[in-house]
Design a protein around this ligand. Structure first.
Ligand SMILES: [Zn+2]
Ligand SMILES: [Zn+2]
Length: 320
């Protein structure tokens, strides 16, 4: 191998390794993060992929795959990336932790350590200049998507997530965060082709399964998750007078399996439950309670008894 091809293969490996961009205090302190055009390419690819539904059409099995993958991956994001890895609101085994880290990775929202470290940063400085994705301090577009197009925000600050960074399997998933989505991509294509050959009555094939199961499902999943950073800091009602602009948004709560109760969450970020009033439906919480019943998780942190009566008092002003 000559030096030029060695250099090319080294840079290809570096590109595939998320830890290639190391945490560097000089980069971190180099002013406001800004959007970089080439980092929009994966999002453009994801959205353009949705257009495949036009030539590929639709079938019941493709639509069901889209829905099931949406719900399963949303649960992994809300229940584990958020309520477990970011806030440690309950305990679980190393096997369950890894299993849901893998399913979370299937969401194409990067690795669990990256996700949780950034989310912890959000809570530490919500809606201030130091918030990584505030629609109040910056703009709606920035909080929704543009913040992920900055190299500064690509770095995993392992010092913020040292409690989980000690697990080598999680570190590996985090470094090679494209691996699980790629497996999902090829599995969906293979599944569609298998149905096409052996069960032609399903009227599907590999490309149709990719269009619905990967592109459409992942795109909606992304926007629903991102809306918590953007919409849930702008639109909805505030039960608690928290130092940020977080809101409870019932429509978002439906699409995100309970994450829309974002003002409740900013007030009680160390509690598993986010829907506090009886009518604030929180599917993720109900499923986690079920998991607890089967011994899959434990020590679910409860909301204080006086959570509703203490609403909007000075007691609720402290930063979580
Ligand atoms: Zn928030
Ligand atoms: Zn949170």
């Amino acid at each position: 191998m000559n030096s030029k091809s060695k250099q090319t293969s080294a840079s290809a490996v570096a590109w595939l390794d998320s830890d290639n961009v190391k945490y560097d205090p000089r980069l971190m302190n180099s002013g406001r993060p800004h959007s970089e055009p080439d980092r929009w390419l994966p999002f453009i690819f994801l959205h353009l992929g949705c257009l495949l539904v036009i030539p590929c059409g639709v079938s019941a099995v493709a639509l069901w795959t889209c829905v099931v993958l949406y719900v399963l991956r949303m649960f992994a994001i809300t229940g584990f990336y958020h309520r477990y890895f970011s806030h440690r609101t309950f305990k679980t085994s190393r096997v369950m932790q890894f299993l849901f880290a893998v399913i979370g990775c299937m969401s194409v929202q990067r690795g669990p350590l990256w996700w949780a470290a950034h989310h912890r940063k959000h809570h530490a400085a919500s809606d201030t200049e130091d918030d990584i994705h505030s629609p109040v301090a910056r703009s709606f577009l920035w909080s929704h998507i543009a913040w992920i197009t900055s190299t500064k925000n690509m770095v995993t600050d392992y010092s913020r997530i040292s409690d989980f960074a000690k697990y080598p399997e999680l570190r590996w998933l985090n470094r090679f965060d494209w691996f699980v989505p790629l497996m999902l991509f090829f599995s969906l294509y293979g599944f569609g082709q298998w149905l096409h050959i052996y069960y032609p009555q399903t009227q599907t094939d590999g490309m149709q399964m990719l269009a619905w199961g990967f592109f459409v499902s992942t795109t909606i999943l992304f926007h629903a998750t991102a809306a918590i950073n953007s919409v849930a800091h702008l639109a909805g009602y505030r039960r608690y007078d928290t130092p940020d602009n977080s809101r409870n948004n019932p429509i978002l709560a439906i699409f995100t399996l309970g994450e829309g109760w974002h003002n409740n969450h900013h007030r009680y970020s160390n509690c598993t439950r986010q829907g506090i009033a009886w009518w604030e439906v929180d599917i993720t919480y109900y499923v986690l309670r079920l998991f607890q019943l089967f011994g899959l998780v434990s020590d679910i942190k409860k909301i204080p008894e006086n959570a509703l009566s203490s609403a909007s008092t000075s007691e609720s002003r402290s930063r979580p």
